[in-house]
Design a protein around this ligand. Structure first.
Ligand code: GLC
Length: 557
């Protein structure tokens, strides 16, 4: 079957090299498995496993770049992968159709994808808008399919929106703020299109999306990496856009930590869920955006100053995160035995965390092998919950050391029922219940236990897991998760999220035909078929940024 014909896909064979500080020549390492794939024709789980073992030996240093000129030529995705025994799953064609139906046009040009195309739902709310974070998997799917135009249009359109004056009541937002979402209004009489954007002033809870700017920078790099076209990133407008976003985060103030202080609900979890403070999702995206910007900013007068600040912040941030957010068995044991009320520089328990505040569940949850970045660390407060997005981004950005990345994957394997269950993937674990739910969420009826942001399962996270699996050389984990998704996602109409401890039930208020559930599935499939796509969304470890981890490490167990 010709995959290209069936799914209406275009082939990708163009490769270019862009000079980036984190770019390394992977062609030598990747050439080998690539040949294997082509020769073997039966690219089954075993061969993928072998490929991963071969890669994992040097994976962290090398499995990164999409662009080593020529190595992909003659291996077009996804059509040729079909020829090489990847019969495309029937869901793939359906997903492409659904993704294309979600396209949003501005003056005849595609500029994004709508959050959900759910006609059955009575309440539209803002699901008819293009969300910046939701568009990321769509963008990656289009880039992987050799359709960069829509991504370029999106990047430019949102950049224009950044230039708007943003106000909430009488208060003006920082210049660099990017919108959470925008909507195109078509006037059939005047035959004109206009845009409205939401920077948090209409959002439920009135929170500005801290993640939008980070995703914008990450996407700009993905576009540059995928197309080899540096000219967009190098425009004065894009350079300024990046600098403005970063100025918001790099300014000096009262902070004693290099992490970014946030309000509740400022990212994917956009409602009150007790993630105020220093949430892992934002810290990981911040780190990744800083590294992406570092590779895209020009070394001109204005760029240079920004670059210097980025480099300093990256050092401090990686040290802080790797040291204080990391939790594994030994570290948990250390915290359990912490002394409190220590004063001065010699303090071991720097944030004065009271051991009694460690929740019971974490002692059972923590495997002997494995570890993760916890949800939040601030004075006398550690949020021990697992958050999927932050941990996957930590792996992809190399905020996690290679050993920590392996430990995160170990944890996912060891705690499969809890974190994956019957439908990938839990956004957070565990759910908050009863009195705690009342206090922490403010009695939010949408975030009841094991639903939505409170321990619900989100298919969109599949692409992040798959990318992390490929980077750590464990594609078989992704394959297992994708198999699970394939049993239900299409049949259930691509829900936004699932409910229940195991994620067995379609979410109570979940939209159907949620675009990022569709695109997330496609990206996961395409990456597994052609792991070289990983380079778009992954950054290799920066050797100069090696803080010593002076504490426990699960990899020695
Ligand atoms: C929900 C999600 C948010 C997403 C939006 C649109 O509000 O919590 O992350 O961007 O829906 O899909």
């Amino acid at each position: 079957m010709d995959g290209a014909k069936v799914t209406g896909l275009r082939n990708v064979s163009s490769t270019c090299s862009i000079s980036e500080t984190e770019d390394y020549d992977l062609s030598r390492l990747l050439d080998k498995p690539r040949l294997n794939i082509e020769r073997q024709r039966s690219f089954d789980e075993r061969s993928l496993g072998e490929l991963s073992t071969a890669l994992s030996r040097g994976a962290h240093d090398n499995y990164e770049t999409t662009h080593s000129p020529g190595w992909r030529s003659g291996f077009n995705t996804p059509a040729s992968s079909a020829r090489n025994s990847f019969e495309p799953h029937p869901m793939v064609a359906e997903a492409w159709d659904a993704l294309r139906r979600s396209l949003v046009y501005f003056r005849g040009q595609p500029v994004g994808t709508i959050a959900a195309y759910d006609h059955a739902s009575e309440e539209v709310l803002n699901y008819d808008q293009v969300f910046v974070r939701d568009f990321v998997p769509s963008a990656l799917a289009f880039l992987m399919n050799g359709e960069p135009e829509i991504v370029r249009n999106f990047l430019l359109k949102t950049l224009q929106l950044q230039g708007w004056e943003k106000r909430i009541d009488r208060f003006k937002l920082g210049e660099g703020a990017m919108p959470a979402s925008f909507k195109v209004l078509h006037d059939p009489v005047r035959k004109s299109d206009t845009i409205i954007a939401d920077f948090g002033e209409s959002a439920i809870g009135r929170v500005a999306p801290v993640d939008s700017g980070f995703w914008w920078i990450i996407l700009l790099r993905a576009y540059t990496k995928s197309t080899g076209d540096l000219s967009l990133a190098e425009t004065p407008e894009c350079q300024k856009g990046m600098r403005l976003i970063l100025t918001l985060c790099l300014s000096e103030g009262f902070d004693t930590f290099p992490t970014l202080l946030c309000a509740d609900g400022c990212s994917m979890i956009d409602r009150r869920m007790g993630i105020y403070g220093y949430p892992i999702e934002i810290q990981a995206l911040f780190f990744m955006a800083l590294r992406c910007a570092l590779s895209l900013l020009k070394h001109d007068a204005e760029g240079k100053e920004c670059i210097e600040r980025i480099v300093k912040r990256l050092h401090a941030l990686s040290y802080h995160m790797r040291s204080y957010f990391w939790l594994d068995f030994q570290q948990l044991n250390d915290i359990y035995r912490y002394k409190t009320e220590e004063y001065s520089h010699t303090a071991v328990n720097k944030f004065n965390v009271i051991p009694d505040s460690i929740p019971d569940w974490v002692f059972d949850f923590m495997p002997t092998r494995g570890g993760y970045f916890i949800g939040n660390v601030s004075p006398a407060r550690m949020d021990f919950r697992w958050f999927c997005l932050g941990n996957c981004i930590a792996i992809l950005s190399s905020l996690a050391t290679p050993e920590q990345s392996m430990a995160i994957m170990d944890l996912i394997e060891e705690r499969w029922d809890e974190l994956v269950g019957e439908m990938p993937l839990k956004i957070a674990y565990p759910a908050i219940e009863s009195h705690e739910w009342r206090i922490v969420t403010g009695c939010d009826p949408k975030n009841t236990r094991w639903s939505y942001h409170n321990g619900g399962s989100w298919p969109v996270l599949l692409w992040l897991l798959t990318a992390a699996c490929i980077k750590t050389g464990r594609p078989q984990i992704a394959r297992r998760a994708i198999d699970l998704a394939e049993t239900r996602l299409l049949k259930d109409g691509w829900p936004e999220y699932y409910d229940g401890k195991l994620g067995r039930y379609i979410g109570k208020q979940a939209r159907k035909f949620q675009t990022w559930s569709i695109a997330g599935y496609l990206v996961a499939k395409m990456m597994l078929e052609d792991p070289s796509h990983l380079g778009m969304i992954s950054l290799e470890e920066d050797k100069q940024m090696k803080p010593l981890i002076k504490r426990s490490s699960s990899w020695t167990c």
